[in-house]
Design a protein around this ligand. Structure first.
Ligand SMILES: Cc1cc2nc3c(=O)[nH]c(=O)nc-3n(C[C@H](O)[C@H](O)[C@H](O)COP(=O)(O)OP(=O)(O)OC[C@H]3O[C@@H](n4cnc5c(N)ncnc54)[C@H](O)[C@@H]3O)c2cc1C
Length: 410
């Protein structure tokens, strides 16, 4: 792992880059490329990418750093960065699955369960959603109320969740259920794989601020799942969920830290002229832009450092939470800075020919609006951090993680 922000690559790695680039050029028609505004992502595109992901899965490029044994590419972090850089360049769509469940399955599933559930996800054959948030509370997941009741070798699942899903469909949902209401907190849950569709399972689309993902309210009314769909013990769900939440709270770091907003902002202040001078020469706008630049660089380093610690199986009490909270808050601060500099032009959307960078800043402002809550709220990440560095009423240690695999966002 190289901490340089602008990575240098060996000749062999550059050859690999050429291979990835030419495959993407030959296999992605213009009309199927990721639109700038995710609202323009069509059903045709979804099904095109579902098929392409299977091809990418066969090449090991869908989840490059996961082991081949379970359908990954068995590749290095550097190869994964190259793939991500080329995906971004080619506007290729990444996997539709919620990858937080993958490290969880690696740590807690039996060998048979890994082959049955994890492998088809890593090869792109199947897609999963994570099923965590209940209507009464997303933050206090230990207070889970959706029930799982044993029926012979099977389980019957009843309850409801909100904010579930990503795009058009999925083959399974993965998350906790209350298995024993009489057992103490943290000893009363199980962690289940729930096939979609299933009799008794109703899925309704939620109407939310559009940011490119479709969220659902789901209702389970005695949904029957076989016994092997329970991952870990029937009172171990909280511990299993701990591994899932490590990933959800940024515990795998970021191999390819985002800074598209700031990259665009830098270009904008350089290329935009006011009274014959570039915006960057205005002392006030220069200060604001440099604040954005510095924060983006700090964020990139924190994300890469977390990945490096994860990949090297290092003790990571709190490091990932620092990176996670900083990333989300600085992302929001930087989009506001971009708005200060670009003014009303940052509000022009992808349909407006006057919009700088095709309207991407407007898209990003909409996307950032949910960042305080997505993947658990910022407040909760701060609570976890306080517990881990020992300044809270209670203490907490990081959950077990496989330290073998990371992923990048689509
Ligand atoms: C865009 C988006 C995508 C999402 N995707 C998914 C998904 O795929 N799957 C899924 O299951 N869920 C998903 N969620 C739900 C998300 O995980 C929850 O919104 C989040 O965990 C917060 O839960 P809540 O909304 O119920 O808020 P609540 O838990 O009701 O919290 C309300 C407020 O109180 C604060 N708070 C609560 N407890 C404490 C405390 N102890 N200390 C300090 N502050 C506290 C919270 O920070 C928050 O500001 C998504 C949410 C969004 C916005």
């Amino acid at each position: 792992m190289d901490f340089a922000l602008h990575q240098t690559y060996t000749e062999e790695q550059e050859r690999f880059r050429k291979e990835v680039r030419s495959w993407l050029e030959q296999n992605i028609p213009e009309g199927m490329k990721n639109p700038l505004d995710p609202r323009d992502f069509t059903i045709e595109m979804y099904w095109f990418w579902r098929e392409k992901h299977k091809e990418l899965g066969k090449k090991g490029w869908l989840y490059p750093t996961y082991s081949k044994e379970y359908g990954g590419g068995g590749m290095t972090a550097e190869q994964a960065i190259i793939i991500q850089e080329e995906f971004t360049r080619a506007r290729a769509h990444g996997s539709f699955s919620s990858s937080q469940a993958f490290p969880t399955l690696l740590v807690w599933a039996t060998e048979e369960q890994k082959q049955k559930f994890l492998k088809p996800l890593l090869t792109g054959e199947k897609v999963n959603w994570q099923k965590l948030t209940e209507p009464h509370s997303g933050s206090d997941l230990a207070d889970y109320q959706s029930r799982a009741v044993r029926d012979g070798d099977d389980w019957l699942l009843s309850g409801s969740n909100i904010f579930i899903g990503d795009q058009e469909d999925a083959d399974m949902m993965i998350g906790p259920m209350l298995t024993d209401p009489n057992a103490p907190r943290h000893r009363n849950l199980g962690y289940f794989v729930i096939p979609i569709p299933s009799p008794g399972l109703t899925i309704n689309v939620l109407k939310l601020l559009e940011y490119g993902r479709k969220k659902r309210a789901i209702f389970m009314d005695n949904v029957r799942v076989p016994g092997d769909h329970l991952i870990g013990g029937d009172h171990q769900g909280w511990q299993v969920l701990g591994t899932h939440l490590e990933a959800e709270h940024g515990g795998r770091g970021r191999l390819f830290p985002r800074d598209a907003v700031v990259d665009n902002l830098m270009e904008y202040v350089k290329d935009t002229k006011r009274d014959g001078k570039s915006l960057g020469s205005d002392p006030v706008l220069q200060q604001v832009t440099m604040d954005a630049y510095i924060e983006a660089r700090v964020d990139a380093l924190l994300g890469q450092r977390t990945y490096w610690m994860y990949d090297n199986r290092m003790d990571m009490q709190g490091a990932s939470d620092v990176s996670n909270v900083h990333g989300r808050l600085s992302g929001l601060r930087n989009i506001i800075r971009a708005r200060e500099v670009m003014e009303m032009y940052s509000l022009l959307d992808t349909y407006d020919p006057r919009a700088p960078h095709g309207g991407i800043q407007e898209v990003r402002q909409r996307a950032e609006a949910g960042q305080h809550h997505i993947g658990g709220s910022n407040n909760i990440s701060k609570v976890i951090l306080a517990r881990r560095i020992g300044i809270s009423r209670t203490q907490e240690r990081a959950a077990p993680t496989p330290s073998t695999a990371t992923t990048f966002s689509s």
